[in-house]
Design a protein around this ligand. Structure first.
Ligand code: NAD
Length: 407
């Protein structure tokens, strides 16, 4: 497959003519070639988005905007199967999950935000004297959206739909590891009746295509989902032009099991919480805190629930866990596993897979101390740190002992 940038309603190559390849995580083989964008392409995309903001899009009234945004959801549902296949092949996630969650929830997001388009209103504010004081909510202009690779289509939808509902135009820079489904949003929005230039999509790497978007003075806001360090960098860079910034970053979220819980349900839930989408979820329940008196029975059930998860080809029905997104990410996760063992934690099961695909089997560590890296740092992969506690106070203190604040 060959993809280019989506700018002004059509496919366009990079000004530099450079491209890059993206592999299929299940096999490691090349899946697609994409345009490698840089500041020149971002400039072209922002200029077009600005023209569309002041032009065709500004003349669409909120009720019509609502109808158009609703139709985007409909077009996505018409193309559900094809988009789910693309998402599964490009991102390595089980096709069944893409079909049941990623794509339909993206459609739902457009349907939901369609309803907001004609319900945005200001305030009247009582003031001293013979004055009428009121606020009017207006669109910002061009919004830059930067997304990660774990739920590419859904997260793109969650940025684009509200921005359009408010009357903005958008330049999207999807993650370089999984851009294909996001690129399909170009033709999807066009089919739904969105004017050209309202959604621009520039592909490429963070430093080359993401950073110029953040720095661009013509971009009024950046909506970013991704790693915490990248988020910090973006916030600092956005200060240069006093942009508004929304950030959704990493997590190290705890699940807590007390002795009086339904242990079967709790262990199953804990396994699903960390291993769904290969653990590549910002809200993954990557720490499991268990009351010491039930640690044994919980581990038994956790192990059984984990062993029941089928690791393999994401396109095969029955697969619960696919490969990780890239060879680099697999090696990063392998590093966490190796260092946890070196630090004295016990690997109950799991480990890095064999073969050309980027597989890591769901991995459970016990005996994880609160000072260990595995208790503190986000792995963003299928690795669970189990820790025991004795009292409610200790459970809360352990749960809170993290710099992250997500789930
Ligand atoms: P990442 O931060 O490396 O990349 C995310 C996006 O930012 C990509 O599109 C990338 O190209 C771009 N980028 C990188 N450097 C940039 C720069 N200097 N300027 C502008 N853009 C830049 O993260 P990732 O590896 O794609 O995703 C994994 C991370 O995302 C994890 O930490 C995870 O917790 C987080 N995440 C959070 C949520 C959430 O909702 N909170 C959801 C999904 C993922």
């Amino acid at each position: 497959m060959h993809y280019q940038h989506w700018i002004d309603g059509r496919w366009q190559p990079s000004a530099s003519n450079l491209t890059f390849d993206t592999p299929e995580p299940a096999t490691g083989a090349r899946l697609a070639t994409l345009a490698r964008g840089d500041a020149t392409d971002v400039e072209r995309a922002v200029a077009g988005a600005k023209a569309a903001f002041h032009g065709a899009w500004s003349r669409v009234d909120p009720h019509e905007r609502a109808r158009i945004i609703w139709r985007i959801g409909d077009v996505i549902l018409e193309r559900l199967e094809e988009l789910a296949v693309l998402e599964a092949r490009d991102g390595g996630k089980p096709l069944a999950n893409a079909r049941a969650i990623d794509i339909p929830r993206a459609a739902e997001t457009f349907h939901y935000f369609a309803g907001w388009a004609d319900k945005l209103q200001g305030d009247t504010i009582p003031v001293r004297g013979p004055y009428l004081n009121y606020t009017v909510r207006e669109p910002l202009g061009v919004v830059g959206a930067i997304t990660p690779w774990n739920f590419p289509f859904l997260l793109a939808a969650r940025k684009i739909a509200p921005a359009l509902a408010c009357g903005n135009t958008v330049v999207l820079k999807p993650a370089e590891q999984a851009s294909l489904s996001s690129l399909e949003l170009g033709p999807i929005l066009k089919a739904a009746g969105v004017p050209d230039g309202v959604l621009q999509i520039v592909t490429g790497f963070g430093a080359e295509a993401g950073a110029p978007l953040v720095d661009h003075p013509g971009v009024a806001k950046i909506s970013f989902t991704g790693g915490t360090d990248t988020g910090k960098r973006i916030m600092r860079a956005a200060a240069g032009t006093l942009k508004k910034v929304s950030l959704e970053l990493g997590g190290k979220s705890p699940n807590i099991i007390f002795a009086d819980a339904d242990l079967d349900a709790a262990a199953k839930g804990a396994a699903r919480a960390v291993f769904y989408n290969q653990g590549e979820i910002c809200t993954a329940g990557s720490r499991l805190l268990v009351e010491r008196s039930v640690l044994g029975p919980v581990l038994e059930r956790l192990e059984a629930a984990t062993r029941a998860m089928v690791v393999g080809d994401p396109m095969q029905s029955g697969t619960g866990i696919g490969p990780l997104i890239s060879a680099e990410h697999r090696d990063r996760v392998a590093g966490f596993i190796g260092r946890a063992e070196a630090a004295g934690a016990t690997r109950l099961l799991g480990g890095v897979g064999e073969g050309a695909g980027y597989f890591v089997h769901p991995t459970v560590f016990t005996g994880v101390g609160p000072e260990m890296e595995l208790a503190r740092e986000e792995v963003f992969g299928p690795v669970l740190a189990v820790m025991a506690f004795d009292t409610l106070e200790e459970a809360v203190a352990l749960a809170d002992a993290t710099d992250y604040g997500l789930a």
